[in-house]
Design a protein around this ligand. Structure first.
Ligand code: ATP
Ligand code: MG
Length: 293
């Protein structure tokens, strides 16, 4: 199991101020074209399957992958490609949409915490609690149905409180053996338009087109600001953000797979050892089977 790329250009440093515009959307790290990338992703998928197998067998740690992005950045296809080789028994995907009334009746982490993976498993969050500092920050009217306590006399903003709570939550997860890996799929405004147009022009892709996405696009700058604030406030040593160039989907998939592999590698997991006593039992089982004739 070995990873391929140097990931440092894509990690958001802790306690340093970054500008979202400084992260490229169209970098391919020397990968020449789609064909080249396809060969690599085949290997990556195999390596990822090995990594998952080890995680599952060791059953000590789990992996929580958080995916955040603007519409049409490729969350769905990343999930489809990256997880295509892994054993479905050991992984899951949870999509977070507009909160239901049951979800609104609880604190904002509730619906996500319930889905945190058990030991040995990988879970992907397709959107997450980060929506609470993204779409809700861009549309603060979404706070109203949350019926939060009065903010009278408070000197910090609700967003600062949420960053703090999210950091504490992720620290808690990390301390309890859940590796949190966060990807922001960074697509350019031009490429998003191309992809919307493609959905409109191709009848087979009409089902993917949502007029609300074009409405949200009008808030592009506000979203970029919210993403930048989020990256600066919540990239921590225990749960760093990776900003993944998303204009070339084939490169994005390869990089995401590679980062997941590197994270599992860094856990130094081992397949469970069989004790001397259990080895004796195995030997006995062999004798029993052989003697069946
Ligand atoms: P796709 O369009 O590929 O199916 P999607 O993740 O965009 O995937 P949609 O059903 O189109 O799914 O959109 C979900 C919507 O729910 C997004 O606009 C998102 O911002 C919104 N959402 C998610 N969490 C919250 C939240 N906590 N508060 C308000 N809106 C939220
Ligand atoms: Mg959508």
């Amino acid at each position: 199991m070995k990873h391929r790329f140097d990931h440092s250009p894509y990690v958001v440093p802790h306690n340093e101020s970054v500008k979202i515009g400084d992260f490229p959307t169209n970098d391919t790290n020397g990968i020449r074209d789609k064909k080249h990338a396809k060969d690599l992703i085949k290997e990556d998928i195999k390596t990822l399957a090995e990594a998952q197998n080890l995680l599952y067998a060791a059953a000590e740690r789990s992996v929580l992958i958080v995916l955040q992005a603007m519409d049409a950045a490729g969350k769905d296809s990343t999930i489809k490609h990256v997880m295509s080789g892994v054993n479905p028994q050991g992984c899951g995907v949870v999509s977070f949409k507009k909160p239901t009334s049951e979800e609104l009746a609880h604190d904002f982490l509730w619906r996500c915490y319930k889905e945190v993976p058990a030991k040995g498993r990988i879970t992907i969050f397709n959107r997450s609690y980060y929506e609470e500092v993204l779409v809700v920050k861009v549309h603060p009217e979404y706070l109203k149905p949350q019926k939060l306590p009065s903010r009278e006399g408070k000197t910090t903003s609700i967003w600062e409180e949420r960053y703090e709570d999210i950091n504490a939550f992720e620290h808690y997860l990390d301390r309890n053996g859940v590796k949190v890996i966060k990807f922001f799929l960074n697509v350019s405004k031009e490429e998003q338009k191309e992809r919307f147009m493609e959905r409109l022009n191709n009848p087979e892709k009409h089902w993917k087109f949502n007029p609300a996405d074009v409405e949200e696009r009008k808030h592009w700058d506000d979203y970029q600001q919210a993403y930048e604030d989020m990256l600066n406030a919540t990239s921590t040593p225990w749960a760093p953000w990776y900003v993944i160039p998303a204009d070339y989907k084939w490169f994005m998939r390869s990089l995401v797979a590679d980062i997941i592999v590197a994270n599992v590698e860094s856990m130094n997991l081992k397949f469970p050892e069989v004790s001397a006593k259990d080895k004796q039992k195995l030997a006995q089982s062999r004798i029993d089977l052989d003697s069946e004739g």
